[in-house]
Design a protein around this ligand. Structure first.
Ligand code: GLN
Length: 214
């Protein structure tokens, strides 16, 4: 009995094996990413200050408004530290506005908007246009067995991806067929859509696995 309880008791420090994943908490759907990360066994941490950024293993950039987040990154003096961490290989995942921020070039944005160059790609903001401001579709996603329900809200697409970038999902049909809506370069992942709002945790699971592997 004693032996069994030793085997089944959580190992001391087991909680420490949950990766600490920051969620950039300046603007956007922070709470939804928190919940998804918690469900995937990660420890989510709100990131608004340098010390918080320095304390995390990886970072999620939420959906929201990329130009507002860009401005706040400057105000909170996180822009250069975040660029430096990405250059040093910190894993990151951006959904929608987060994808825009992770791009190396952004079209249709404000001239003073900043981006982070985490993925070698050119992203067009609000690319799907007014008539389809928001829509949902099922997408094949490389690495996932079944299609994923993708929610697009004034979403961007990637118009160019560099040679080191793996395209993970494209729009399957309709006027936007073939547009790139999910991509990965090394430990940096981006989706035009919002996996954090559907309850389907597979993209977050993929990201947590990427963080554990990094
Ligand atoms: N259109 C927004 C932007 O430019 C992104 C929308 C979203 O994150 N749902 O940042």
């Amino acid at each position: 009995m004693v032996q069994e309880s030793v085997i089944t008791a959580p190992a001391p420090g087991a909680a420490a094996t949950a990766p600490r994943i920051g969620v950039l908490a300046l603007q956007g759907d922070v709470r939804e990413h928190f919940a998804a990360l918690e469900h995937c066994g990660a420890e989510p941490v709100g990131v608004r200050r340098l010390a918080e950024l320095e304390s995390v293993d990886a970072l999620v950039l939420p959906g929201g408004e990329s130009t507002a987040i860009s401005k706040l990154l400057e105000v909170f003096e996180l822009l250069e530290p975040l660029r430096a961490r990405l250059r040093a290989g910190m894993p990151a995942f951006g959904s929608c506005a987060g994808m825009i921020l992770l791009a190396s070039e952004v079209l249709d944005t404000r001239p003073d908007a900043q981006h982070l160059s985490g993925i070698d790609m050119t992203v067009r903001r609000n690319a799907f246009g007014r008539q389809v401001d928001s829509f949902e579709t099922d997408l094949d996603f490389t690495g996932l067995d079944d299609p994923i329900r993708a929610v697009f809200i004034r979403a961007p697409w990637a118009e160019r991806t560099g040679p080191g970038v793996e395209v993970l999902a494209t729009v399957p049909s309709g006027p936007f067929a073939g547009r790139v809506v999910a991509a990965r370069q090394g430990a940096v992942l981006a989706t035009s859509f919002h996996p954090e709002v559907t309850g389907d945790l597979r993209v977050h699971e993929l990201f947590v696995d990427m963080v554990r592997a990094a």
